[in-house]
Design a protein around this ligand. Structure first.
Ligand SMILES: [Zn+2]
Ligand SMILES: [Zn+2]
Length: 162
């Protein structure tokens, strides 16, 4: 099957999600999209050092997101949800019954808020207003770890049900 990669949508700018951006963009020619408030993280060496990661300097983004955009990729339709807290420009991508939650929501966990730009009350607000309002059967694909569902997180995530 021949794939035509249209977008590389970054859930946020942290190096563990963008470290091979240069290589992936060169290989695909796809448009890089990121929230405007996270562009600075693309060049953030401090976080790279924190994670002990090496990386190639990422290319500048082609499209800046604000939240609320619709991204149409072939027959698939996604909506950008701005979910600040882990980083100021964190987003989740919602569509087709799934949500790609980046480092905002994990399987029985939530993103850390102790890195530059992190804010715990903002994260909780994003989770309550943008993710816990989604239908129960929405499948969640987090930026780290196993997939889950909104229903399972509503019931069992200690950060949300406590
Ligand atoms: Zn992160
Ligand atoms: Zn991460």
């Amino acid at each position: 099957m021949e794939l035509d990669i249209k977008f590389i949508v970054l859930t946020h700018g942290h190096i563990d999600h963008t470290g091979v951006l240069k290589e992936v963009k060169e290989a695909t020619g796809a448009e890089v999209a990121i929230h405007g408030d996270d562009v600075e993280h693309l060049q953030d060496r401090l976080v790279a050092v924190t994670f002990g990661l090496s990386y190639s300097t990422p290319p500048p983004p082609d499209r800046l997101l604000k939240g609320g955009e619709s991204l149409d990729i072939g027959d698939l339709h996604f909506e950008v949800l701005h979910t600040p807290g882990h980083t100021p420009g964190g987003i989740c991508l919602l569509g087709e019954g799934v949500v790609f939650s980046g480092d905002t929501l994990f399987n029985y966990g939530v993103g850390r808020t102790d890195l530059p730009g992190g804010n715990y009350s903002q994260l909780m607000n994003s989770l309550q207003t943008r993710l816990m309002t989604l239908p129960d059967n929405t499948i969640v694909y987090p930026g780290h770890g196993a997939a889950t569902t909104i229903s399972a997180e509503r019931k069992g995530n200690p950060f949300l049900s406590g």
